[in-house]
Design a protein around this ligand. Structure first.
Ligand SMILES: [Zn+2]
Length: 572
C-alpha cells in the first residue's frame, strides 16, 4: 500500500526529473527520494524515439523515474532499493492485449480441452472423462473444438456426446465462439426441440428429419447457454484470478476486457475486478468494454470518456456487426466461394441498422468509445457507414472508434478507415490459424485483403494488437511470431501467407504496446518506457529484436513488472 508521503516523493522526483537536462540525472539534495526498484544490465527497447535503447530503468511509486546508462540510473539507488540484474537480456514495455475475454479465457484454462482433438471419437472420449468428474448440477462447458482439424472433417452432434456423457448436460463451443454443440440432456433442459424456430441471427442445425443435431450457430447458442446455472461470485473470482496469473506469466500487463456477450456477466466481472483492484490484487491493468446494450446505464452516470484509474477503467462499448468465417456467418458483399447461396449474416443486434445507429449515437453523444466486431467486408463497410454518419452529424472529436477483427477488407475501405481515424483492433494469430483454410471459403482476391496489417499501416491506419483469447492463445510471443512470419500452422506457407502483409518486429511491438494503449486513450500513461510513464515492463529470455522471427514463438518471459511490482518471476 502506498502512503501519501511516497506519493509526494514521487511528485518531487518527477519535478526534479522534469527540470533536469538529462532524464537519468541524479536527484539533487540530501532528502532526495530513492527508487523502489532498479533493473540494470539490460537491453531495454523503450518505444520512445527520443531514447530508443537504455541499459537500466528506475521505478518510484509505480512509475518510471529514470532510464539510461547503468551508472546514471544507479544514482537513484537507496538503502531500500531493490536492484535486479537483467544479465544483459531484453526488456520491452508490457504487452497490452487489446481484445481479451478474461472470463472466457480463465474458463478455458479450467475447461475440458478439445482444441487439439483430431477425431470425433477423441472429442467424445474427453467430454466423457470430464463429465465423470463433474459435480451434480454443473454442466460441462468450454471446449473450443475445431472440426476442421478432424479426420474426417464433420460437424459434432449431440449423439457423439450422448454416447459418453448421457447424464450430464454438455454445451461445448467452437473455438471461434460462433457455434456450440449440446448433448440431448442439455437440449432437453433448454427446451430446444424440432418445433423450436431459428432465432433471428442464428441457426439451429437440424438433421434430415428436422430434429436438432445439437449444433447451434450464433444467436441460437443462447437458447442453450441461458439454461446453464449462473456462476457464483466465488467461482467467477477464481476464474478471473486464474486468467490474471496466466497473463502475468506471459508478460501481458494490460488487458482490454471485451464483453463475454451477456451484460449481466460483464457487470459481474466488473464487480470482481473492482474487488481485486480494491484489495491490491489486480496484477494486470484492465480496460473493461461491456456490451453496448448497457450504454444507457453508463450515460446515466454522466460518463465522459473513461471512468476509473490506472488499474481499472470503463469507457468503451462492444457490439457485433456479423459472425465469423469459420461458421460462415461473417457478412460479405458476395457469397462464400464454397457456399454459393450464403453471404453470411448481419448480426441480430444490427437489424435494423437504424436501431444500432441510435444506440451508438447515444454512446457517442456521451463521449463513450465504440468497439464493433466486424469481420466480413460488408459487415465492416456497414460499420464504417454508421461511424461516418454519426461523425458527420455530431461533428469532429477525438473518438478513436474501433473495429474489432477487421478481417476481410473491401479494397476501397482502407482509405475510409484512415479518414475516419478508426483503429484496426486485430489478432495476428488468426492469420496463421485461419490462413490454413480461408482461401477455400472466400477465394484468392478477397484473401489478399485478409488480415492486411501492412496495407492498414500503409494507409495510416493505427493498429492495436491482441488475441481474442480464448479464441487464440494469450501468449504475446505467438502473436509476434504470427505478425512477423505469417507462417500458417499447417507448415504450408513457411515464407508467409500473403507475405507482403508481414510486419517487422518493431512495428509489431509498437502496435502491441503503444498502439493498444492509444486504442484505450492511454498512450501518455503506458505503452512506452519514459520517465513519468507507468512502470510496466517484461524481461525476456531472448532478444526478440534480433533473433530470426521464426524463433519468436519459443521466447519465454522471465519476469513481469506492473507498476514496478514484480507480478511474475520464472525463478519462483
Ligand atoms: Zn472477441
Amino acid at each position: 500500500m502506498r502512503t501519501a508521503a511516497a506519493g509526494a516523493a514521487a511528485m518531487l522526483a518527477f519535478a526534479l526529473w522534469s527540470s533536469a537536462a538529462a532524464a537519468a540525472a541524479a536527484p539533487a539534495g540530501a532528502a532526495a527520494p530513492a527508487a523502489d526498484v532498479i533493473v540494470s544490465g539490460a537491453k531495454i527497447w523503450t518505444g520512445d524515439p527520443g531514447r530508443p535503447e537504455a541499459q537500466a530503468i528506475a521505478v518510484l511509486d509505480g512509475r518510471v523515474v529514470a532510464l539510461g546508462a547503468d551508472r546514471d540510473v544507479m544514482a537513484w539507488r537507496g538503502a531500500a532499493t531493490r536492484v535486479v540484474d537483467a544479465g544483459g537480456r531484453r526488456i520491452v514495455p508490457g504487452f497490452n492485449d487489446a481484445h481479451v475475454h478474461i472470463l472466457g479465457g480463465g474458463e478455458e484454462l479450467a475447461a475440458v480441452q478439445l482444441k487439439d482433438v483430431t477425431s470425433a471419437d477423441e472429442f467424445a472420449r474427453r467430454i466423457g472423462e470430464r463429465a465423470a468428474h463433474t459435480p451434480k448440477g454443473e454442466w460441462v462447458t468450454g471446449g473450443t473444438w475445431d472440426e476442421t482439424k478432424w479426420q474426417p472433417v464433420t460437424l459434432p452432434t449431440r449423439q457423439m456426446i450422448d454416447r459418453t456423457a448421457p447424464d450430464v448436460p454438455v454445451a461445448v463451443g467452437r473455438y471461434d465462439g460462433h457455434m456450440v454443440v449440446a448433448n440431448s440432456l442439455a437440449l432437453k433442459l433448454a427446451g430446444v426441440t424440432a418445433a423450436t424456430p431459428d432465432p433471428a441471427g442464428g441457426v439451429i442445425v437440424r438433421d434430415a428429419s428436422g430434429e436438432p443435431t445439437g449444433a447451434l450457430k450464433d444467436a441460437a447458442m443462447d437458447l442453450v447457454m441461458r439454461a446453464i446455472p449462473p456462476l457464483t461470485h466465488a467461482q467467477r473470482r477464481a476464474i478471473i484470478e486464474r486468467a490474471l496469473r496466466h497473463a502475468a506469466s506471459i508478460g501481458v500487463t494490460s488487458m482490454q476486457a471485451v464483453s463475454d456477450g451477456d451484460l449481466a456477466s460483464d457487470y459481474a466481472d466488473l464487480g470482481v475486478l473492482a474487488e481485486l483492484r480494491e484489495q491490491g490484487q489486480l496484477t494486470a491493468r484492465v480496460y473493461a468494454i461491456p456490451n453496448l446494450a448497457g450504454v444507457d446505464d453508463w450515460t446515466k452516470l454522466g460518463l465522459r470518456h473513461a471512468f476509473g484509474d490506472a488499474y481499472l477503467r470503463v469507457g468503451a462499448f462492444k457490439s457485433f456487426a456479423d459472425g465469423s468465417v469459420g461458421s460462415r456467418t461473417a457478412y460479405f458483399f458476395k457469397p462464400f466461394d464454397d457456399d454459393p447461396g450464403n453471404r453470411g449474416l448481419l448480426a441480430s443486434e444490427m437489424q435494423p441498422l437504424s436501431r444500432a445507429r441510435e444506440r451508438m449515437q447515444r454512446a457517442d453523444a456521451a463521449g463513450l468509445q465504440l468497439c464493433t466486431h466486424a469481420i466480413g467486408d460488408a459487415g465492416i463497410a456497414a460499420i464504417l457507414d454508421l461511424y461516418a454518419g454519426i461523425a458527420a452529424q455530431d461533428g469532429p472529436r477525438d473518438r478513436r472508434w474501433r473495429i474489432e477483427h477487421a478481417q476481410h477488407m473491401a479494397a476501397g475501405d482502407f482509405e475510409r478507415f484512415a479518414a475516419l481515424g478508426v483503429i484496426a483492433s486485430v489478432q495476428p494469430y488468426h492469420a496463421i490459424d485461419d490462413g490454413r483454410w480461408v482461401e477455400g471459403r472466400i477465394g484468392h482476391d478477397r484473401s489478399s485483403r485478409t488480415y492486411a496489417f501492412r496495407t492498414f499501416l500503409d494507409h495510416g491506419v493505427r493498429l492495436a494488437l491482441g488475441t481474442d483469447w480464448p479464441v487464440a492463445p494469450l501468449d504475446p510471443m505467438l502473436t509476434l511470431y504470427a505478425a512477423t512470419t505469417r507462417a500458417t500452422l499447417d507448415g504450408k506457407n513457411p515464407n508467409g501467407w500473403f507475405p507482403e502483409q508481414k510486419l517487422t518486429i518493431a512495428e509489431a511491438l509498437t502496435a502491441y504496446t503503444q498502439g493498444s494503449a492509444y486504442a484505450e486513450f492511454q498512450e501518455a500513461e503506458k505503452g512506452s518506457l519514459r520517465p513519468g510513464m507507468l512502470a510496466d515492463f517484461v524481461l525476456l529470455d531472448r532478444d526478440v529484436l534480433t533473433i530470426p522471427p521464426a524463433q519468436l514463438r519459443d521466447v519465454k518471459v522471465m519476469k513481469t513488472w506492473v507498476g514496478g511490482r514484480l507480478v511474475y518471476d520464472s525463478a519462483h
